[in-house]
Structure formats: C-alpha cells, structure tokens
Design a protein around this ligand. Structure first.
Ligand code: SF4
Length: 270
C-alpha cells in the first residue's frame, strides 16, 4: 500500500460519498437508547487492542453514496425516536472523512434524530466548529494517561485528544469518556490514576465507561496478515475492572452509568 493510494481514496471522500465498513441497526452500547451505528473506514491510530483493524484503511471500506446511508437511516428513524436512540458514527475514525460524516449527521438531524460521534479526537482540528453543531454527544476514547503510554498504545501523541476535550468544553458538548482496560499494558495503579485525573478535569463528562479488553478480534488480524500485538495476552476480568473503578473513584471519577452527574458533583464539592 502506498501513501498515494490512500491520498487518492481520501480525495474520493466527500459530502456525497465515503468509505463505509458496516452498519449495525440495533446497537445499545454506543450512545443512549437504541442506535443505528455507522462504522466508517480510515484511522490514523494503530491501537494495540484494536478490535476493528479491518477499518484502518479507507480502501478496505465500500465507497457508498451519502443518500444510500440516509435512505436506510430514514427507514429506522421513527423506531429510533421511539427507542430514545439515534445515529452513532463510529469507525475506524469518523473524523478521517469529515465531510461525509457531517453530511450524514446533518441528514440525521433533519430527521429529528439524536446524533453521537465516537472518536479519539486525534483528527478534530481538521473540522470546523460548525461540524459539531450536528453532534449531540461525543464518545471520547482516552487511550493513555500520558504521552508515553498513549504512543505505546496507539503510536500517536496524546495532546490532540486533550485539545479536543478542551474544544468540546468550549462548545458545551456532552462527553461519555471511554477507556479500554488492558492487563499488563495500561492497568498499573499509577497509570489508572493519570487516566482518572484527566477525565475528572473534563467538566462536561456525563458518563464514564471502563471497557475490558477481550481477545475476540484476533482472527481479524490473521485474515489481514497483520501481527496482533496482544496475541495470547490475558483478557481483563471483572475483578480488574472493579479494581480500576476503585482507583478511579479515589480520584473522583465514578461509575456514572446509573448516576450521570457524579463526576461533576464531586468536582463542585471538592
Ligand atoms: S482508534 Fe479505534 S479504530 Fe483506530 S486503531 Fe484505535 S481502536 Fe482501532
């Protein structure tokens, strides 16, 4: 694969079309209610624990007209509204195809749907503030509590994610913060405290999720002929997650699934 081919593929992305990996029509994990989840291709990161390596390259997706996506979304719109759900654009990294994602978000808003962007924020500076006018909620994936760990996990720096969180504060956009817990990679007490400290500083966080690493994506790496850095590594157990929550709570970050205001209330009280 040469950079030239990816550049050419990027040129083909527009408000009219983009590279799509897949669609999930009954998602319950990526935003409130039941979601129509659109997975886009293209990602600048290479997370060691990535479950979707088949989304990394634009060219591995299917070039799809925006209108086709919106037509399918419209057929679910009334159901999604009744289910208090909406549209989530995930990936890959949706901000790799900002004009395509924006056009789909805009179409969803025209249908009266709630919209969610699932992102690492790594490419946020490619999109103007007006992009986020179409976004009701951001699922912000924090992949490292310091630059060294972030580069170890993703091969890219942490700062763009921190800058994006500041930007979301300025834009007054709610955040669900997410962190994938990988034993032996990012679960030391010191590192978990760093992650929690960053999240506790994000005033607009409405929910925090610790997602346990699992091995379900191993076969995708085999199919792509790509080395899987976490091959054979231990999955995160329920106990690992509980211990992580304990450390988070000591830093003022609580399991907000059932108490969405706790992070903010703690900050105000301290
Ligand atoms: S940002 Fe998401 S899609 Fe990209 S490498 Fe990381 S986990 Fe995979």
């Amino acid at each position: 694969m040469t950079a030239g081919i990816e550049d050419l593929n990027r040129e083909l992305c527009s408000a009219q079309q983009g590279y799509v990996h897949s669609i999930e029509t009954g998602g319950t994990l990526d935003g409130p209610g039941i979601r129509f989840v659109l997975f886009l291709n293209g990602c600048p990161l290479r997370c060691q624990y990535c479950h979707n390596p088949d989304t990394w390259l634009l060219r591995h997706g299917k070039l799809t007209p925006t209108q086709d996506i919106l037509k399918e979304l419209e057929s679910y719109a009334s159901f999604l509204k009744r289910a208090k759900g909406g549209l989530t654009i995930s990936g890959g990294e949706p901000l790799m195809q900002p004009r395509f994602a924006e056009a789909i978000f805009k179409g969803a808003k025209d249908m009266g749907l709630h919209t969610t962007l699932d992102t690492s924020g790594a490419l946020h500076d490619r999109s103007p503030d007006s992009f986020f006018d179409q976004v009701d909620l951001v699922l912000l994936d924090l992949k490292g509590g310091d630059d060294e760990t972030h580069r170890l996990v993703t091969r890219k720096p942490l700062q763009p994610t921190l800058d994006f969180a500041e930007r979301l504060k300025r834009l007054d956009k709610p955040i669900w913060a997410r962190f994938v817990l990988v034993p032996g990679l990012n679960n030391s007490e010191t590192h978990l405290r760093k992650i929690a400290k960053i999240i506790s500083g994000w005033e607009n966080v409405k929910r925090v999720e610790i997602l346990p690493f699992h091995q379900m994506a191993s076969y995708k790496y085999d199919e792509l002929g790509v080395t899987y850095p976490l091959e054979g590594k231990a999955e995160a157990t329920a106990r690992d997650v509980t211990l992580a929550w304990h450390i988070f709570s000591e830093e003022g970050v609580y399991n907000t699934r059932n108490a969405p205001k706790l992070v903010r209330e703690h900050q105000q009280a301290s």
